[in-house]
Design a protein around this ligand. Structure first.
Ligand SMILES: NC(=O)c1ccc[n+]([C@@H]2O[C@H](COP(=O)([O-])OP(=O)(O)OC[C@H]3O[C@@H](n4cnc5c(N)ncnc54)[C@H](OP(=O)(O)O)[C@@H]3O)[C@@H](O)[C@H]2O)c1
Length: 331
């Protein structure tokens, strides 16, 4: 399939409208992702009001002024004059300032709804104490192996929707070939991915699956003609490990923004930003400006991760204590 075919599929020409478009202006994605979605919108000829277009304010733009600027650039790249949904990508930097800017953009009719991503309960408490407009949703990692039950309860109590990123575990075989989903798939004549997405739907969680394959995009939408029984839902709830998936480092959205999640430890890297999360601690790096970045102090005795920039890509090495990070290279 060519990129154009893909964009048309993506835009829902072959599927019923309205169709949700989620752009992400992350790292080097600014051009690739939003511009690509913008081109696809234009080429598809679909009316703007039949689309649901969402994007995010990235970490380095988390302040009042920068958010206004970043939002204007996002509209420009997407070729639209309003967004249906705009999210704060991480609770880092001056996200309260960014939120104020987003509230004003809602007042001006330039955004229809605003939300957050990767917020913990304490981050949401902070935001709720200061905001004028409540977030409509919190987009967090959520799939049957990491169900985020406590976060889900918190969000339910506050009338905020939970949206799942990596709802299919980023394609992890531990999830997609899990015997429970294979057998439930046989019972319902559906694929394991469809069973998983149906579970999200019945839990009241909005899933955001990603696929580059037309047949899978179609499959991932085709989950509304069957239902999991209460007993089946219970079985799925029981396989929660309460651990993020260890899918090592992987290229995220085919660009330089990548992510590693190991037990309670997550490393998120962009060209301009590094932060590490160990258990409850979330520590911002000194910035990733082209020099080697050594995160030793962040891990203390647990080990260290060194990230180098190499020929437009990144290389990382992990050392004892961070044993699950095997080291790797990005294009
Ligand atoms: N807010 C955040 O911090 C954050 C973090 C991570 C991700 N996200 C967003 O969440 C969305 C999804 O996350 P994700 O891409 O990490 O993971 P995902 O949707 O859980 O999994 C995507 C993987 O599953 C495969 N897949 C998709 N449908 C399938 C099917 N029906 N059967 C078998 N395999 C299937 C895809 O392969 P193919 O593409 O080859 O089909 C891809 O490898 C993305 O749009 C991303 O932007 C947000």
């Amino acid at each position: 399939m060519t990129k154009k075919d893909l964009s048309i599929t993506f835009l829902g020409v072959k599927f019923p409208n309205p169709f949700c478009l989620s752009a992400s202006p992350v790292g080097n994605c600014y051009d690739m992702n939003e511009s690509f979605v913008g081109r696809a919108i234009k080429e598809s000829g679909i009316k703007r009001e039949d689309l649901f277009v969402a994007s995010k304010v990235w970490v380095q733009d988390a302040s009042y002024e920068k958010c206004l600027h970043a939002f204007a650039k996002s509209l420009e790249r997407l070729g639209v004059d309003y967004l249906d949904l705009y999210l704060v990508h991480w609770p880092l930097g001056d996200f309260l300032g960014a939120w104020k800017a987003m509230e004003e953009l809602v007042d001006q009719g330039k955004i229809r709804a605003i939300g957050v991503s990767n917020f913990r309960a304490e981050d949401l408490d902070n935001l709720l104490a200061h905001c004028r407009i409540k977030p409509v949703l919190n987009q967090v990692e959520c799939h049957p192996l990491f169900q985020q039950k406590a976060m889900h309860h918190y969000l339910d109590d506050h009338g905020i929707l939970m949206e799942a990123w990596s709802p299919l575990g980023h394609g992890d075989a531990n999830l997609l070939t899990h015997p429970l989903f294979v057998s439930l798939g046989e019972v319902h004549h559906k694929t394991p991915a469809q069973i998983i997405l149906r579970w999200h739907y019945q839990e009241g969680i909005l899933a955001l699956p990603k696929s580059e394959h037309e047949e899978r995009i179609a499959q991932n939408i085709d989950i509304f003609d069957f239902a999991l029984s209460a007993e089946e839902m219970k079985e799925i709830r029981a396989i929660d490990t309460n651990h993020r998936l260890n899918h090592a480092f992987g290229v995220h959205q085919a660009n330089l923004f990548f992510r590693g999640v190991v037990h309670h430890l997550a490393v998120e890297i962009t060209e301009a930003f590094v932060f590490v999360e160990v258990g409850d601690r979330r520590i911002e790096g000194e910035g990733f400006n082209g020099e080697d970045t050594v995160l030793t102090p962040l891990f203390g005795d647990e080990g260290k991760v060194i990230i180098h920039r190499v020929r437009g890509g990144f290389e990382f090495n992990a050392f004892p204590g961070v044993s699950d990070l095997a080291g790797g290279k990005l294009p």
